[in-house]
Design a protein around this ligand. Structure first.
Ligand code: ACO
Length: 327
């Protein structure tokens, strides 16, 4: 397929506070050994005073804009994938728009949990296929630490905070987004939830048991679905572009669990160096995980022009998605 959106700048931002597995041993009945063995996570970043979702998003966006040599006034659209906005209203995207001074840009948040960045990239891709001169900022930004039950060892060890951003415009050659595939299965919504403080249970902490005001997950079921969905959507992306796994220069998967990433790597028959992993440093940052990983891959010079890059995500809902890019 003809490429649509071309990524011309990437950026990321992480809170300065590091929460290690040893720190968590002091908080809940867990161990560094259990967490590393079951998830691969060693530490994660957590927001402190003065830090917020929108501030991380702005920091990541500024870096991406600088690398892209695009000024905020040139932006046509800002899309933020997030499930942990500063407020229910206004969106993180309009706070970013204000802070950057992106006076011409429309701005909205997009709710697709851990697939939020790839869903946002897919929307941007459709926009620039219609009008290639448009410039769009796509961000994934989360402060999951505010939605984690720090008394629940089955979830609190998994998540972290951070933001990643890309600037895209229409492809001018054979480089750019070749395809995106988006999927969802709402029939399994109950396996991964954050019920409290929506419009159904608005008075926070009153209507529902306390634990429902935090992320709840049936981990083993989510794990099985994540492995299956990420494999399927990866193969769908390759098949629809006539690409073989060995043609890929790099896979950038959602960073939820090292074992899920390993299962995907084995299914694709790829060596470890072709699959980007940074979850040992940041844990699962939901919609932010892929753009943070992409930015690190770029800064580590893991990508060269013309490389084929496959991104795959899976998250609550369930939602799952892929993007195949010629870099
Ligand atoms: N420390 C020590 N023991 C623990 C901990 C912990 N932090 N958490 C759970 N355990 C215990 C359990 O209580 C259980 O004990 P039991 O056997 O005595 O009952 C045992 O460890 C095994 O628990 P499981 O849940 O079966 O462990 P599993 O191997 O499945 O690993 C995990 C759990 C890491 C959560 C895994 O299931 C997983 O990664 N799931 C997928 C998460 C994911 O991909 N999320 C993506 C979407 S996230 C989003 O959308 C926001």
């Amino acid at each position: 397929m003809k490429p649509g959106a071309m990524i011309i700048g990437t950026g990321s931002a992480l809170p300065s506070r590091v929460l290690t597995n040893r720190d968590l041993e002091e908080m809940v009945d867990t161990s560094d050994e259990w967490i590393v063995q079951r998830t691969g996570i060693k530490e994660r970043r957590i927001v402190g005073p003065g830090e917020s979702n929108s501030k991380l998003a702005v920091e990541a966006a500024k870096k991406a804009l600088e690398e892209a040599r695009v000024s905020p006034e040139e932006l046509d659209l800002i899309i933020v994938g997030t499930l942990t906005p500063d407020y229910l209203m206004p969106s993180v995207a309009v706070l970013v728009q204000k802070e950057l001074g992106a006076v011409r840009a429309g701005a909205f948040d997009l709710s697709a949990t851990c697939s939020g960045f790839l869903y946002g990239l897919s929307v941007a891709d459709q926009y620039v296929r219609v009008a290639p001169e448009r410039k769009i900022l796509v961000i994934g930004s989360e402060v999951l630490s505010t939605k984690v039950n720090w008394e629940d060892r089955t979830t609190c060890v998994l998540f972290g905070d951070g933001a990643g951003a890309v600037v895209v415009t229409g492809s001018r050659d054979d480089r750019g987004v070749l395809s995106t595939h988006l999927h969802a299965d709402g029939s399994l919504w109950h396996l991964l939830t954050l019920k409290g403080c929506g419009s159904l249970y608005p008075p926070c902490g009153k209507e529902l048991p306390r634990e429902e005001y935090f992320i709840r997950m049936q981990g083993r079921e989510v794990f099985k679905n994540a492995v299956r969905a990420m494999e399927t959507v990866a193969l769908e992306a390759l098949e629809s572009n006539g690409v073989q796994p060995e043609d890929l220069a790099l896979v950038i998967p959602h960073q939820a669990n090292r074992r899920i990433i390993e299962a995907l790597r084995e299914r694709l028959g790829l060596p470890p160096e072709k699959v980007f992993v940074n979850l040992h440093k940041y844990g699962n940052t939901s919609a932010a995980s892929i753009p943070i990983a992409l930015d690190e891959a770029v800064r580590e010079k893991r990508l060269s022009p013309g490389d084929l890059v496959l991104m795959v995500a899976f998250g609550g809902g369930f939602t799952w998605a892929s993007a195949l890019i010629r870099w």
